[in-house]
Design a protein around this ligand. Structure first.
Ligand SMILES: Cc1cc2nc3c(=O)[nH]c(=O)nc-3n(C[C@H](O)[C@H](O)[C@H](O)COP(=O)(O)O)c2cc1C
Length: 483
């Protein structure tokens, strides 16, 4: 992962822990009631992919155990990992593109409700993503996949040459000399792996996204309701399709890009179809970016416009993230896939403890609170979930007490210790395993390996009946907390 050049080492600073009575009086552990969004506390576990689904997208016992383990800590809400809305293979990521996935997903819902004594609400994050290929062997790309055209012949001064001759010549060129022959997308395909964009209007399936996606999201939302989820989080963030529609880099000329209104159009149409599919009593919110953190991308002003539009259209919550884009991702190894959390925008999304003078904690606070303040100025009371480097009670409580956020998301901190909530609430903050923001979890995610935390994954490996990672070296869940 990219790190800021300043390389300042930050230590987590959870601050003072409250006694049980103080926690009981706090905003953080007070209920939230906003239309269908009813939370017992203002705490939230944002979506985190743990790489535990089957290769064809079904829920496994490991998925069920994972969410039950988080629910034992009794956060206000858990958002189940990004789950694909299409009925197409996508490796060991959860899927909801067909009714056959419903029974497995229902097991997660039941497990969360049971392990939390009915206290924790469980939402599911619905995602669509476009095709991305692995970085190819140059010999394969230049020798087979690249479509040879007159442009290449002209650049090489090889008019009349056949494809095989052109390929042979390309294979002889030094990497920098290829820049004079290949266009930007071809160079990207060679160096990073080819990646579709929502602006590829020459591709019929990309042009048709606005016609296809509302029904796909609505079908997935209906299945989520059937599986018993308390709510749905539309994934409009990071490197994926819907965020790309919102992006300032979306210059589609078909009414679904170019202007703020055009960029917001498909996300609003998806919301409308989803709402028709699930009705008013299921929570429907979205996760989107307070700032894309890439050159030419959307910033806080754009995100404010979107937030107001989403709130007016009836989103039940807005969960703000930042960055996490392919645009500035690092080059993967040959045979590997680009990962959208390896560049500066990825750093903004999941900041590491080696940072700049802003540090990794609360990096999304300013942008999120600005967006929320704009909503309130317009008389919109939609709850806003603030996430990013949150790990201390005082830090979270101060934001809520100052009326700068409604709910606090703890992603890596709850992975480090899913009992954070129950411990802090019962006056046992001293027992919290504090996240060190070393991004061990994020590195596992990048390698598509089962996600665990270095704080607990080597503890008590001889515990009877323990479920371990594929290599047998790590436990898959933190040990139970016995107060
Ligand atoms: C292993 C891992 C998987 C993640 N998967 C998702 C995901 O499926 N959807 C999503 O919106 N964010 C995902 N994230 C981002 C987190 O939800 C969160 O925004 C980010 O980690 C910053 O919050 P934190 O500082 O509290 O960890 C993931 C993060 C990690 C560490």
């Amino acid at each position: 992962m990219w790190r800021p050049p300043q390389k300042i080492k930050w230590k987590p600073d959870p601050g003072r822990w409250p006694a049980a009575a103080e926690a009981a009086r706090s905003r953080l552990f007070s209920p939230l009631a906003a239309g269908p969004l009813q939370l017992a506390t203002r705490t939230w576990v944002p979506a985190m992919v743990p790489w535990r689904a089957t290769d064809d997208g079904f829920v496994t016992q490991d998925n069920v155990d994972w969410y039950a383990r988080f629910a034992a800590g009794r956060p206000g809400a858990i958002v189940v990992e990004a789950t694909g809305i299409r009925d197409v293979p996508s490796g060991p990521l959860l899927r909801i593109g067909h009714d056959r996935f419903v029974p497995g997903l229902r097991r997660i819902v039941d497990a969360v409700h049971e392990a939390s004594g009915g206290e924790t609400k469980v939402f599911i994050q619905l995602i669509d993503f476009l095709a991305i290929r692995r970085r190819p062997e140059p010999v394969k790309y230049l020798g087979q996949h690249l479509r040879i055209g007159e442009r290449h012949r002209a650049a090489l001064g090889m008019a009349g040459a056949d494809d095989a001759e052109v390929r042979a010549r390309l294979l002889q060129l030094a990497p920098q000399d290829l820049e004079a022959v290949l266009d930007a997308r071809e160079l990207e395909a060679l160096r990073m792996g080819a990646r579709e964009r929502v602006t590829d209007l020459h591709l019929p399936h990309i042009r048709a996204l606005p016609q296809v996606l509302p029904d796909l999201f609505a079908g997935a939302a209906r299945r989520a309701r059937e599986a018993g989820f308390d709510g749905i989080e539309l994934h409009y963030a990071h490197a994926y399709t819907m965020a790309s529609f919102l992006s300032a880099l979306n210059d589609r000329d078909d009414g679904y890009g170019a202007t703020l209104e055009g960029r917001a159009r498909l996300p609003l149409e998806v919301l409308r179809r989803v709402r028709e599919a699930v009705g008013r009593d299921v929570v429907v919110g979205c996760r989107y970016l307070a700032d894309e953190c890439v050159a030419g991308g959307s910033g806080v002003d754009d995100a404010t416009y979107f937030g107001v539009a989403f709130a007016r259209a009836g989103m039940d919550f807005l969960s703000l993230s930042r960055g996490g884009k392919f645009d500035d991702a690092q080059q993967p190894a040959v045979g590997g896939s680009a990962y959208p959390y390896t560049g500066p925008s990825g750093y903004e999304c999941m900041p590491h403890h080696v940072s700049d003078d802003k540090g990794p904690f609360g990096r999304n606070v300013l942008a999120t609170t600005r967006i929320r303040a704009a909503l309130r100025e317009q008389g919109l009371a939609t709850p806003v979930v603030l996430t990013g480097g949150m790990h201390g009670f005082a830090q979270a409580e101060a934001l809520l007490a100052a009326d700068e956020a409604d709910v606090i998301g703890f992603a890596r901190q709850s992975l480090a210790d899913p009992d954070w909530f129950v411990k802090v609430r019962s006056g046992r903050g001293d027992a919290v395993g504090v996240c060190i923001y070393a991004n061990y979890c994020e590195a596992l995610d990048e390698r598509h390996e089962q996600v665990t935390c270095q704080i607990w994954d080597r503890l008590a490996l001889d515990e009877p009946g323990l479920r371990k990672s594929h290599d047998g070296k790590r436990r898959l869940l933190p040990p139970a907390w016995r107060p």
